[in-house]
Design a protein around this ligand. Sequence first.
Ligand code: HEC
Ligand code: HEC
Ligand code: HEC
Ligand code: HEC
Ligand code: HEC
Length: 445
Amino acid sequence: MKGKILLGMLMVLIVPGYLFGAQMGSHKYSDFSKPKRCGMCHKEIYQEWQSNMMSRSFTHEWDQVEYFKLALPHSKKLAKVAGVKAGCIACHGPLAFLSGDIPPKEASANTRANEGVSCDVCHSITGTTEKEPFNFSFTIEPGKVKNGPRKDARSSFHSTRFSQFHKSAEFCATCHDEQSPYGAWVKSTYREWKAGPYAKEGVVCQDCHMHKAPGKSAMGGKERKDIAHHVFQGSHSSTKLAGAVDLAIYSDKKELSPGGRLKLRAVLFNGKVGHAIPSGSSEERMLWLEVVAIDANGNSYQIPVKPKGFKGEEYTIASSKVMAYQAIGEIMEIKGFKGLKRDGDVPDGARIFRKPFFDPKGRMTVCQWYTKDNTLVDYRIRPRETKIENYVWQLPQDLPKGKLTINANLFYAQVPGSVGKFFKLPEDEYRPLLVNSAQITFNIK
Ligand code: HEC
Ligand code: HEC
Ligand code: HEC
Ligand code: HEC
Ligand code: HEC
């Protein structure tokens, strides 16, 4: 019996890709200061941190739902994914993981897991066990010493240690890249960056997500020309997303008449994002282009994208008929569950820039820990990549005379609308955000 328990514990420890680097239960909650304490002197940084996802990494509704309704029950049912019970928390509630409080209580219990990725987590990190880090492979030493980017920082509250690591992309990679228990790369923001132009030019994550401006970082601190602001804006920020991809639309004709044929070309350029867009939680992020004609009477016509014929393309063209995410029903033991609409409310024929993930049964999934493969197709937009989409539209014979407008709208959603509605998430967690739009007009004679 004892042997069996030991063996069970060993199995959990050797779940591939999970549970290494930072050690579960190696510390106590009380080893870490509360963010409020740090905020007494670092007022602005505290405000910034409080208003971004780092402070909400555990309490955020969708994170709570995914962990408590899906990953945690799944970890108890399927040995292969047993490690995620602790693994999710290592990145999303590091204090709970390091204190061995696994599984932590839900956010409503208000434990210190709720502090999320706190000041003292990041500033107690000393390095990593990996050359190209992933899966919380940071090393951490909480205490009096705070690791940071300066050689000459002095504080009466704590001592400081210069850390080159905090200025590197590898620091971010410890939590931003992730391998599933099946060995699939289910988060690869660092690896996408590394393979792209910004890494070669020496532009790191901090340059775009922790902007520098003149000021002081603390009460009693030095006036400096380049204080690191803890903005950490990503796709949850409509202002960060706005204009992240350039969009233009062209036509082959100037004059049009009813019954005629119109060819359109949309050109998209990722000039601002240092990795693919979407990145991060690619299993559930969608970027899509809707091309719509609006006639003089206000009737609208969705114009479907012209297929290119690449492998896996069917996953990149919206269809209201296709169901996916059946694993949700399997995990939640819902009898007769057929799945949810793969593309939520995206109109039929719209091009979706995405990377579909598949579970061991070959079904498309939003469960990144239950992902066996995601290499079928990657139709996201890489850094400085241009994608061209073509459209052919046969104008109706009865199209009214007057103004015809073609609108191209590029939208982004965190989570497919069907999944958001199924879990009754607050609407702003799946509502489409406008990234960019372009327009051309014609006079129909
Ligand atoms: C009593 C005020 C005070 C408190 C409380 C405080 N700090 Fe500081 N901290 C400072 C001052 C002053 C500096 C120096 C700023 C400078 O030189 O520009 C500093 C510098 C830092 C640096 C930069 C170190 C470097 O080498 O670049 C980090 C990181 C830091 N603090 C983190 C924290 C964290 C995390 C907490 C909470 C656990 C905290 N501080 C609490 C006053 C404080
Ligand atoms: C996700 C990790 C992360 C979190 C959370 C975080 N920091 Fe930082 N912090 C960094 C990194 C990385 C840098 C260095 C950025 C650079 O120089 O490019 C930094 C820099 C600093 C500095 C030095 C600023 C300067 O330019 O002199 C201070 C002070 C600081 N952090 C305090 C805090 C406080 C206080 C909190 C919580 C309210 C906090 N940090 C939360 C990662 C983090
Ligand atoms: C200790 C783990 C950890 C480290 C280190 C870390 N992050 Fe994060 N980060 C997270 C988690 C967890 C979230 C997700 C919050 C959520 O949505 O639940 C996140 C969210 C973000 C977001 C917000 C994304 C959005 O969708 O809006 C950005 C941007 C980001 N991190 C950038 C960085 C950068 C840049 C660094 C390095 C300077 C870094 N992170 C280091 C854990 C970490
Ligand atoms: C050249 C600027 C640039 C660089 C370099 C960069 N990013 Fe971003 N990042 C952006 C922009 C712009 C967005 C918003 C658009 C989006 O969500 O993709 C973003 C979005 C994100 C998101 C949100 C993705 C999601 O699914 O919600 C995360 C997380 C993130 N970045 C982390 C990182 C990390 C980690 C690095 C370094 C390995 C990095 N970024 C490097 C510009 C940059
Ligand atoms: C290696 C660190 C790491 C692990 C392990 C991890 N996550 Fe995350 N998770 C992140 C980061 C970083 C982000 C933010 C990336 C982005 O913006 O898309 C994120 C984003 C998410 C999101 C999207 C939040 C949103 O606002 O849309 C959910 C939900 C989530 N994680 C749940 C989980 C669950 C459940 C597990 C365990 C099965 C898990 N995560 C394991 C680092 C991790």
